[in-house]
Design a protein around this ligand. Structure first.
Ligand code: C2E
Ligand code: MG
Ligand code: MG
Length: 706
């Protein structure tokens, strides 16, 4: 007799609800899976678990929704272990499936493995749930239908995951439309797996569920119908909120980054952004064996515009320059503001040297057009330095090289372009080396002071000396202050150098004083030192420490430094003078003295610059200038010193004109402190000169005499 079987009574509404649940779960799982590839381990794991939880509970619930009605005409109960075991199984297969499919390198093999795991899971979950019914007599399984269902479920999952893989290869995020499509595929696979298992199960007519009295079917169906959707909704809400928050964070971060890389005035990229882009462009150029060209553009005369028309007009000129450069640049070129009045332009697309020169000329032409700003017509021009990558240097040095080329263009009069040449930075390299040596020299005390006597013009006697710095370089030999003082000023070493000078001069005055020589010494102060707030204090302290009368010290300040009439400089000069230190205006005649200012300055002495002295014999003009300076000094009650006296004739003229003191190679070159002391001691010096008796002061030279 043929065995009779019962039919599964699953209404269309339940099939539809079950399928919808599976698809919704897949959608939520996909949303949560976005975080699995995060670099933060915690986020990655949390997303993996949440995504797998969504997919597994959905798969599990899809089955229990389908059987939520009364699918069989007898009471059903479930073995709790097996029923929840099926949920655990769903969770395990989902973890594996999600993990594999969320990897950044979603290869074909991974798609296949993930699809097989998911396909197996969606069939195994309902099968295990049916086993949890413990139907007796046992149902028959139509393995053909199961295999067909499994195959379709695997194919559905595979198709869905292939979409994910394709999107990932194109490096784009899964859009909402695609996400819905993938969810249809995955959810469809779950529904097919479930339906196939139910259809493949033939329940004998006399079957009973032995699990009746354990977990009731109604409980599990309620969990599936109410609990799981609630959980999914919660997970989706968290995922959406998190995505929103992450988006907001990214946008804020992008904005901060953009602001940090943009010049506020011109809205062009700034130097740091340009440097980054240059690095990237250089890598690209290397790969394609292409060239890059870089233009460094300096707007000539912006300082004058600022001074004549005000800062706002200067800013407007810069904005106009930026606009013109932007208009000249091609779509692949990059314009940036390097700072101040400097702009950068990078040409990509394998430009030739001619292309770069052509662009430089276009930039020059464009800048030469008048700038109309409010009521003003401002004429602009610029200097352009050009370098080509890779032949003119590495990406790291290219900007510096274009800047050197630009400076060269400027030196030759501006309004022109100039290509980079190696010689343009050779000097700079030398300077960098010298600067390093100078730092070491200050620490290692390689610097020393030489002293050049000052002669009382009427009597021809030595009245004092000027301290002049020398650097005994271990390799380069003796280096003069004209080389290293400007370097020290430019790189912030002048104060360290100046402090050492003050200390050493005071120490030397004391040492001479102890030998009975009351030498007046002049030291040279740099304009940078005058801006040092505690300079006067330092000098006063050093004098006190060595017990020296302030009148023995003279500070020489160049005319240009003295006329740098910032309040600070003036104050400093007044403080020094108040402390009793003498002041001398050095290199007089080379700066632009204002007579009224000169009158206010608390100076005692003017030193006429050497350039006037060397022309004295040949030039009537030079004589007239020295004559005028002497008269001016006399009118202001100042002493006049002539420096750089080299010949007897010059000496004669200067005496006649009324100079008070003379200084120069004619009398003595700068010499070491001990040489000067020896000279004072036994009259053996470069020339037969007397030291003024007052120099031997109150204490007669014990040590000198002995
Ligand atoms: P300066 O203060 O005007 O010093 C006079 C310079 O002329 C010295 O050069 C001196 O050696 C040189 N000289 C003196 N007589 C003659 C002469 O008859 N013929 C020629 N051709 N030259 C003569 P030096 O020592 O090379 O110093 C150059 C400048 O460096 C100084 O000009 C001064 O401005 C600066 N300097 C020197 N020592 C120091 C220092 O300790 N601190 C600061 N801040 N500057 C210093
Ligand atoms: Mg001097
Ligand atoms: Mg001088």
């Amino acid at each position: 007799m043929e065995e009779a079987f019962l039919e599964w009574r699953v209404g269309a509404d339940l099939w539809a609800a079950s399928t919808a649940m599976a698809m919704f779960a897949a959608y939520v799982a996909l949303d949560l899976a976005r975080g699995v590839s995060s670099r933060h381990t915690f986020t990655a794991w949390r997303s993996l678990i949440a995504s797998a939880l969504a997919l597994s509970t959905g798969t599990w619930a899809a089955h229990f929704i389908a059987v939520a009605g009364e699918p069989l005409p007898f009471k059903l109960g479930y073995d709790s272990g097996l029923a929840f075991g099926s949920l655990l199984l769903a969770l395990v297969t989902s973890v594996v499936g999600v993990y594999l499919s969320a990897r950044p390198d979603l290869t074909g093999t991974r798609v296949v493995v993930a699809a097989l795991v998911l396909g197996t899971g969606v069939c195994a979950v309902p099968a295990l749930s049916l086993m949890a019914l413990r139907l007796t007599p046992a149902p028959h399984w139509n393995l053909l239908i199961v295999a067909a269902g499994w195959t379709l479920a695997c194919l559905g999952s595979g198709a869905a995951l292939s979409i994910v893989a394709a999107q990932r290869r194109s490096a784009s995020q899964l859009g909402l439309g695609w996400q819905a499509g993938v969810a249809l595929g995955l959810g469809g696979a779950v529904a097919i797996g479930n339906a196939a298992v139910l259809l493949a199960t033939s329940v004998p007519l006399l079957s009973q569920s032995l699990s009746v009295g354990r977990t009731g079917a109604a409980t599990l169906s309620a969990l599936a119908v109410l609990g799981v959707p609630a959980l999914l909704a919660l997970l989706l809400m968290i995922s959406v909120l998190e995505a929103r928050f992450r988006q907001l964070l990214k946008r804020t971060r992008d904005e901060v980054k953009r602001a940090a890389q943009t010049d506020r005035l011109t809205e062009l990229p700034n130097r740091s952004m340009f440097e980054e882009s240059l690095q990237v462009a250089a890598i690209r150029a290397d790969r394609q064996q292409h060239k890059l060209a870089l233009l460094f553009i300096n707007v000539d005369g912006l300082k004058a515009v600022n001074e004549s028309f005000g800062q706002a007009t200067g800013d407007a000129v810069l904005r106009e320059v930026a606009r013109r450069l932007r208009a000249l640049a091609g779509t692949h070129d990059l314009v940036a503001r390097a700072g101040g009045d400097e702009f950068l332009l990078m040409l990509e697309g394998n430009p030739t040297t001619q292309d770069a020169a052509h662009m430089a000329e276009r930039v020059l032409g464009s800048m030469n057009e008048l700038c109309r700003i409010e009521d003003h017509e401002i004429s602009t021009s610029c200097s352009v330095g050009v370098a080509v990558y890779p032949e003119h240097g590495t990406a790291a040095k290219l900007i510096a090289h274009t800047a050197a080329a630009m400076r060269n263009a400027k030196r030759t009069g501006g309004g022109a372009h100039c290509f980079f040449e190696e010689r343009m930075v050779a000097g700079a390299r030398d300077q960098v080396e010298l600067l390093q040596d100078l730092r070491r020299a200050i620490a290692n005390r390689e610097l020393e002071l030489h002293y050049q006597p000052k002669i009382h013009a009427p009597s021809g006697q030595i009245t004092g000396a000027e301290a002049l710095m020398r650097w005994k370089h271990p390799q380069r030999g003796m280096i003069g202050p004209n080389v290293f003082i400007p370097l020290a000023e430019r790189y912030g070493l002048i104060n360290a150098l100046g402090n050492w000078l003050i200390e050493d001069v005071c120490r030397q005055i004391r040492a001479w004083r102890d030998q009975g020589l009351r030498m007046r010494v002049a030291l040279n102060l740099s304009v940078h030192q005058l801006r040092q707030a505690d300079l006067a204090e330092r000098i006063v302290e050093a004098l006190a420490r060595h017990h020296i009368e302030p009148s023995l010290l003279t500070c020489e300040i160049t005319e240009s430094a003295a006329m740098d009439d910032t309040r600070v400089t003036l104050q400093m000069i007044e403080q020094l003078s108040a402390a009793g230190v003498h002041l001398s205006i050095d290199d007089f005649g080379t700066g632009y003295s204002s007579l009224s200012y000169l009158r206010q300055l608390a100076a005692e002495e003017l030193k006429i610059d050497r350039s006037f002295i060397c022309d004295l014999e040949t030039s009537a003009d030079a004589r007239a200038i020295v004559d005028a300076v002497v008269k001016l000094a006399q009118a202001l009650g100042l002493k006049v010193v002539a420096e750089g006296v080299e010949t007897e004739q010059q000496q004669e003229i200067l005496r006649r004109l009324g100079c008070n003191e003379l200084q120069g190679y004619l009398f003595a070159k700068p010499m070491s402190a001990s040489a000067l002391a020896l000279w004072a001691m036994n009259d053996e010096g470069p020339r037969a000169l007397d030291f003024r008796p007052s120099l031997f002061g109150d204490t007669l030279p014990q040590t000198i005499i002995s």
